[in-house]
Design a protein around this ligand. Structure first.
Ligand code: PEP
Length: 254
């Protein structure tokens, strides 16, 4: 069975003391994950190693970086390469979050290079896609997301897409408290899997974990995650609260 993942995206939040308190509180809940379940903590760069250390006794708990640069090394002040993250033994990197697309002008072509940099360095991208409210209201969200996938991922070999992780995050639902309904999430996830199937075949499409992101909370996670093509969530605001995020982890399908 493909992986079911509860991934936290802390964004640019928390001091180091707050980060330690949050991680320790979640770990103290001692949530046991099954073989196909994972809890992932997307923390700011300065906290990667400490987060890895705090969760190290918990099976299937992993750390994610929230970004990386396209280049391997060199004169790129302030950037962090996939090779550096790999040297920290980090498993995941969030690539193409809508905030990076919007505030840092990351386009589909740049993101394809970031995906390549991750894969070259044995890091698993959590590739984010999703439409704005304007696109949703125009009814063209399926084509829009398909283009995001095609332009950033479809140069990859089938072996690279097998077990890949995609996060569908409608921009209108991120940080707004306005969640897509479970049916809206399922509809888009089924579309994404169908797009993958057309290009890579059914077996590979079925192996890809597709997470939903956009105002996932403890009180809606179970319903959203219960949908057949929803394989967990990428969670912003609610991941900053130990009780909320613990409940979200517990809402994963087994
Ligand atoms: C996110 O940042 O990826 C996200 C989905 O945020 P929120 O859960 O706060 O909507």
């Amino acid at each position: 069975m493909r992986k079911q993942i509860a991934a936290a995206n802390w964004k640019m939040n928390l001091t180091v003391e707050q980060a330690i308190t949050l991680l320790d509180e979640i770990v103290s809940k001692n949530i046991k994950l099954s073989e196909n379940q994972e809890a992932v903590f997307g923390v700011p760069f300065p906290y990667l190693l400490l987060a890895k250390d705090r969760i190290s006794d918990n099976k299937n708990y992993f750390v994610a970086a929230q970004n990386c640069y396209t280049k391997e090394s060199g004169a790129f002040t302030g950037e962090v390469s996939a090779a550096m993250l790999s040297s920290l033994d980090i498993k995941y990197v969030i690539v193409g979050h809508s905030e990076r697309r919007e505030y840092f002008s990351e386009d589909n072509q740049t993101l394809s290079l970031k995906v390549d940099a991750c894969l070259k360095n044995n890091l698993k991208p959590i590739f984010c896609c999703g439409e704005s409210l304007e696109i949703r209201e125009a009814g063209t969200q399926n084509d829009y997301v398909e283009t995001q996938l095609k332009e950033s991922l479809f140069h990859l070999d089938p072996s690279a897409i097998k077990d890949f992780v995609i996060a569908y995050e409608p921009i209108w639902a991120i940080g707004t408290g306005k969640t897509a309904t479970a049916d809206q999430a399922q509809e888009m996830h089924a579309h994404i899997r169908n797009v993958l199937e057309k290009k890579y075949g059914n077996e590979i499409a079925q192996s890809v974990s597709i997470l939903y992101g956009g105002s996932v909370k403890a009180n809606n996670a179970k319903e959203i995650f219960s949908k057949p093509d929803v394989d967990g969530g990428l969670v912003g605001g609610a991941s900053l609260n130990a009780t909320e995020f613990a409940e979200i982890i517990k809402s994963l399908k087994s």
